[in-house]
Each structure stands twice: as structure tokens, then as C-alpha cells.
Design a protein around this ligand. Sequence first.
Ligand SMILES: [Ca+2]
Ligand SMILES: [Ca+2]
Length: 280
Amino acid sequence: MGDSSGDGLEVDGEYPVHTVTLDGFSIDATAVTNAQFARFVADTGYTTSAERLGASAVFHLLVDAPTADITGPIPGTPWWIGVRGASWRHPGGRASSLRGLEDHPVVHVSWHDATAYCAWVGRRLPSEAEWERASRGGLDGACFPWGDAPIDGSDGTWRANVWQGTFPAHNTASDGWIGTAPVRSYAPNDFGLWQTVGNVWEWCADGFDATAYITHATHDPRGPETAPERVLRGGSYLCHPSYCNRYRNSARSRNTPDSSMGNAGFRTVSRNPVEAGGPG
Ligand SMILES: [Ca+2]
Ligand SMILES: [Ca+2]
């Protein structure tokens, strides 16, 4: 675990690089999709954190809502707009829907929502260590799931859904997508996992601890059970080298467990040797 490329962020606790061992596990090949999450909600009547709050954070270029729904930019990150009525069903706001987004990752789901989905499907969120092992795809020490080659290939072919252009005003979308992409876009890593880096951040089970790599166990490490924030991994369609160089295997981020936003989702794991991918 940890950054061996020199690109890591000290403030995120990506150091020191250290070896951990894990028990076997299976992990979803993709992030949970809107179609999968819809089946969970239809079966349980579950109400997400954003739906209870009545609002969520939408990236400014993706807002699709009446002006009256806009509560304004979020202090400190003005490219995030508070939008009443934004939720997993309405990712841009009230005027948006999931039509055509069935195979995109579900977003505007909090850590609590992700945990509830996992309980329904009989799986759980990955630990941070499991997520990193999975994302590496067997390429120990590499920066990205595909190795150390740049994210924009020498032939101009992008390897993940991130941001191109001038953040946050203009996204050229030369990788094909301004917002989320279908979960099976680009190429999977050598474990057959799609878009661990880029597209959407992915919630992990662990509480965030910036000193975890100094203090945690060497076998099956887990972050603190109680912590003000939970770990997110992998970066998103908003990552850009100049702003958020976190579309790397070892990069770490975090947010409070009741937070939701338009660029975070999750995938699930199980100890059982079942086929990865969840229900359907
Ligand atoms: Ca993109
Ligand atoms: Ca991802």
C-alpha cells in the first residue's frame, strides 16, 4: 500500500509504502450501477441521505434544475452547486432523470446509503486495503491500474474518465465524457475490474486516518470504526493533474458518511467465492 511513484500527497497519508496481506475476497467488476441501485430501492423502499436532506451537490456544468432549486455554490469549492431535488434519481437536479444512464454508476449516494445497499445484496464495502489491492490488478507499485504509462496514451487514447481542459470552467471531454461514463468503459485492469480510477470516487468501509499507514495492522488492516470521515478511493471525472491528481491506485480522499455528491459511488465485496458483480 502507498505511493511509490513520488506523486503521492503527504497530507492524504499515502506514505509510507508498506506491505500488507489480505484474506481472499471477491469484488464487483464495476461500480454499482443506477439499474442495480434502482432494484434495491424498488425492493426496500429505501430513502437516500440526499433524498432525506432534499438536496445534493452537483458540479456546476451538470446542473439541470429550475433556478429556484439552486441554493448556491458551496463555500470553498464554488464549482459545486447545492441543488434542491438532486439525488440518485435526478443526478443533475429535478429536470434530469436516469434515462440513458442505467449502466452508469449510481451517484449522490452517501456512505450510509452504500452500506445499506451492501446489506441488501449480502455483501459489504471494501476495506481501503482491499480496494487498493484490487485496483492494482497485480501490478505492484504501479501508479495506475494499467501500469505507469500516462493516462493519455501516446496515441491520444485516454485510459480513464477524468477531466481535460481548464478546471473548472471548460471540459473538452476528449476522453468522451463530461460527467459519468458507463461502468464498462475504457479497458479493465488485469483482474478484470473496470474504472477503479476515474469516473466516480468509491466509498470504502474504513474510517479515514491520515496516520493509518504508520499504525495499522499488517494483515487485513482496517481504519478506525469511528471517525468523522470515511475513505473514498480512485478519483472521478473531475480529476485533473492541476487540481486533483488522485486518479491513482494509492490516492486517498474522504468525506463525512452522510455526504453525497454527483461524483461518488461504490462497489461491493464479499469473502464468499461468489461471482463478482452483485445481482445481475
Ligand atoms: Ca471525462
Ligand atoms: Ca472509480
